[in-house]
Design a binder for this molecule. Sequence first.
Ligand SMILES: C[S@@+](CC[C@H](N)C(=O)[O-])C[C@H]1O[C@@H](n2cnc3c(N)ncnc32)[C@H](O)[C@@H]1O
Length: 299
Amino acid sequence: MPAPRPYWTHEIFVSRAPLFGAILERAKATAGEEARGIHRILRAAGAPRRARVLDIACGIGRHVVPLAQLGCRTVGSDFSPTYLAEARRYAEREHLRPEAAHFYRSDYRRIDRTLRAAREPPFDAAISIFTSMGHYGERGDLATLRAVRRVVRPGGLFLLEMGNRDWILAHYAPTGTMEGRDDLWIREARRFDWETSTARSDWTFYRGRGRSRRKLFEQEIQVRLYSLHELKSLFERAGWEFVRSFGGLTDPRPIGPESRRLVVLGRRPVREVPRSRSGRARSSSRPTRRARGPGAPSG
Ligand SMILES: C[S@@+](CC[C@H](N)C(=O)[O-])C[C@H]1O[C@@H](n2cnc3c(N)ncnc32)[C@H](O)[C@@H]1O
């Protein structure tokens, strides 16, 4: 029997990382403005100016570096060795000291284990930008939201930015393109699974146009897309308080019909309610054994 193909995220971000890396490099053009938007949102929600910020899927450091330049003490983490190497080079080129920006290799669904082993103190805020979640379905996202909650201090924040399901479906286009550096581009052929709210797309990577166009690689990807109310409820199941939504990192308005992006800000409660695995708050009058045990996780 042939070995099963690795999961798409491994193919795109690890095995063939330089291809999508060209898309991330091109997207650096907007990262400075986005970082200023992130900083503004976190400051307005009470984070200190020199906040300790964790980017849980930092890629090539597009936001880690400009956030550090705004005074934040940043930590980037990603599971792609290629992107992390580029992120470290980027921070070095910008003469950032390790206190201003350093990096870990970690799967974000288990980021708490990595940072605990490294004895990283809790963060004022964590971020996940450019549709870096939804890759492992709702279960994966719930695990990630819980793991991130454990590494943020009580009262700390989580800012998540991804495509807005409602806008994407209202403007549904069966094909699309994404442009990268060095004449690299992706043709997307899209399908939508309505039962699971999952966008399944065939991504074909090309270099060049017209007669010099060369096909490089093809991969099916799948991303769980959310409406605001669903993502809000997922945050709450994972033990976060919903603070508010934004129509974009640089758009201070709450989500509306014109919002292409979905930005959700959550806060780790200062006093946490013990939760069952399903995310329901447990009755405080009859604490369970798990909730009573020393150092028991709260969700
Ligand atoms: C669309 S890119 C966005 C990168 C970055 N946030 C940005 O805006 O440039 C998605 C990122 O998620 C990372 N990623 C995907 N699955 C991951 C996982 N399980 N753990 C950690 N990182 C992951 C990829 O390596 C990639 O860097």
